[in-house]
Design a binder for this molecule. Sequence first.
Ligand code: HEC
Length: 167
Amino acid sequence: MRQVLKWAVAAIAASCITASLPFAVGHADDAASPIFGVTIPAGYRDWKLIAPGEEIGLDELRSVLGNATAVKAYQDGAAQFPDGTVLVKLAWKRKPVAGLKGAFVTGPATTVQVMVKDSARYASTGGWGFGRFIDGKPVDAAQHETCFACHQAHASDYDFVFTRYAH
Ligand code: HEC
């Protein structure tokens, strides 16, 4: 009996915590990121290139792609991205080209990262929801807790987005 009571109390406590979170929590859906409930958007691989990137420490090549809303905001020179903006950052290991010193092509994919603008749903994180995926699966909550902190600390001058449109 005591055990049953303990479970009941734990269940009620858990549902209270969930209800008090500032944004909707992803459903029991293992394709959605923890905390934000962001998924990999369908068809993103055919979206337009915003800019390429590189991360020397991780030895990665990167590309940021945007949906039509993102591309329009960049091209209009908007200071803020409207709701519905989705940015996807793809990353690959750098693979040296044999026999050509200093030349690289993309090797295996490492992460897919997603930012979705929904100013009401993600009000407490600058209007952005975040998702980081490895092999199509979201990484843990601890990693998702770091996303906004870094974007806020270093990209607050451009609506928490680092990447500029590469002309
Ligand atoms: C320590 C700092 C840091 C953390 C933590 C971080 N980012 Fe970023 N993020 C960057 C930098 C720097 C760029 C731009 C350069 C690049 O492409 O790496 C970037 C770019 C992005 C972009 C492309 C749009 C943009 O802002 O340029 C997305 C999408 C993104 N990050 C998602 C995420 C997600 C999801 C997480 C958490 C799981 C995360 N980031 C955590 C530093 C960070």
